[in-house]
Design a protein around this ligand. Structure first.
Ligand code: NAD
Length: 443
């Protein structure tokens, strides 16, 4: 099947590559010339486990191509996937300018009927706007062609994107057209051989499903952080509480880890966008506001713990940070808690020595060269000569640690653990002061 993907970011590149890998003939279009040049040169602009060999194999097989030429892209695919960004606007609503720019390009260049597949996360009603945009271009050109627009939200997680794309729990398609259903079934046929997981529904329900899923997951995290903050003040260990509630199958163990707040390109913006959508229909989504507020506060918690440990005087201190990406197995730093921490430390006059297995390039791109930031080559270099260590991301390589060795590296033996990786007893036995999240006396 001939397929076009607009946008070669985390979602577009993974979608295009996975669809090529099962035999489809895919062209990926992006307006970022540098990104396309790198992809054409065999370089993968993002870190995603397993993606690089898969891109290379499918390019070599001639099933995956890249272009910046919109006309060429539009005239390739029967299906036109939109996988461009939908960042938050100033008021928190989803900025649809990139989605609508793709719709305009499709309307400008299409020479036969097309099915537009909206994979970007977009507010309810966007499919109608995309269709209207394509049709207005067709009208201007004076041509009579048919365009269908369906919603096919993406549920993949960065860090496990390929696995999620291939083995996700469901494939949601919002459409009322039998023709579109048939084409989407053909597109995803290789993924539903084992188990039927295509869920057809109304377009609006599909658009809302994506926001509801992310808002639910964000709610679980904020709920657990709220309990962690309470546990801290009540002298209880939230890790014991977590096990206690997770064992109830109605609650489950997934997504109830307390920490230093959620980040990334999806949860923060999607919770805000859904709250904004609610306001547009005169409904105040109080729970969503609270989920967002708890998260904002939680992202300050690492700095607050450090400030407490250093009697509110961090000027001239050197703080080591392990983990900069918003979660492990990605280089994505959008809205990462590490950024809130680093920026607060610089504001307070402290220096940062940071290390992340994959996000060093991204950190350099965001913050550039600065005297108060040393980008370390590994976790050992990051702690050398530092006063304290903070863990922001639970990368595997941070999970086991020689605590007596760490004590010798740090001038003030302070460890702030934003991910509750260690056993408090073992850390303290080595003579370190250990401040985790919601673990009894770890305020
Ligand atoms: P991204 O920022 O990584 O990539 C977006 C790409 O679109 C960029 O390369 C950009 O240059 C390109 N682009 C912008 N305008 C374009 C145009 N007119 N034509 C062609 N390309 C254009 O974004 P992402 O993280 O892949 O997210 C894409 C969408 O998928 C968003 O709506 C997001 O909410 C949603 N989503 C993301 C994830 C995730 O984990 N990242 C998961 C599920 C859904």
């Amino acid at each position: 099947m001939k397929i076009t993907i607009f946008g070669t970011g985390y979602v577009g590149l993974v979608t295009g590559t996975c669809l090529a890998d099962v035999g489809h003939d895919v062209i990926c279009m992006d307006v970022d010339e540098n990104k396309i040049a790198r992809l054409e040169g065999g370089e993968i602009p993002i870190f995603e486990p397993g993606l690089e060999p898969m891109v290379k194999a499918n390019v070599a097989a001639g099933r995956l191509k890249f272009t910046t030429d919109a006309a060429k892209a539009v005239n390739h695919g029967v299906l036109q996937f939109i996988a461009v960004g939908t960042p938050p606007d100033e008021d928190g609503s989803a900025d649809l300018q990139y989605v609508l720019a793709v719709a305009k390009a499709i309307g400008e260049h299409m020479q036969d009927d097309k099915v537009v597949v909206d994979k970007s996360t977009v507010p309810v009603g966007t499919a109608d706007r995309v269709k209207a945009m394509v049709e207005s271009q067709l009208e201007q050109r004076g041509v009579s062609l048919n365009v269908d627009v369906c919603s096919n939200p993406e549920f993949l997680k960065e860090g496990a994107a390929i696995e999620d794309f291939a083995h996700g729990a469901r494939i949601v398609v919002g459409t009322d057209s039998d023709k579109v259903k048939q084409l989407m079934r053909e597109c995803y046929a290789p993924y539903i051989r084992l188990q039927e997981k295509l869920m057809f529904m109304d377009v609006r329900a599909a658009e809302l499903t994506k926001y509801a899923a992310n808002a639910m997951l964000a709610t679980k995290i904020s709920f657990m952080n709220e309990i962690a903050n309470l546990a801290e003040r009540l002298g209880a260990d939230v890790e014991q509480v977590r096990r206690g509630i997770g064992s109830d199958p109605r609650i489950g163990y997934h997504f109830i880890y307390p920490g230093c707040g959620y980040g990334g390109s999806c949860f923060p913006k999607d919770v805000q966008a859904l709250a904004r959508t609610a306001r547009e229909v005169d409904y105040e989504a109080e729970l969503l506001g609270a989920v967002e507020a708890v998260n904002q506060r939680q992202k300050q918690t690492l700095f607050a713990k450090l400030a407490n440990a250093f009697d509110s005087d961090l000027k001239g201190r050197t703080i080591a940070i392990w983990g900069l990406s918003f979660k492990p197995n990605t280089d994505d730093m959008r809205d990462a808690p590490s950024r809130t921490l680093m920026e607060a430390l610089w504001e307070a006059g402290a220096r940062v020595q940071a290390y992340d297995p994959e996000a060093m390039g991204e950190t350099r791109r965001i913050y550039g060269e600065r005297d108060d930031l040393m980008l370390a080559g590994d976790r050992i270099q990051a702690v050398k000569g530092a006063d304290a260590l903070v863990i922001c991301t639970e990368w595997k390589e941070f999970r086991s640690l020689d605590f007596p060795w760490l004590k010798d590296q740090l001038s003030m033996p302070v460890v702030v653990d934003g991910r509750n990786l260690y056993d408090p007893e073992s850390v303290r036995r080595a003579g370190l002061m250990y401040y985790a999240v919601g673990r009894g006396d770890s305020l």
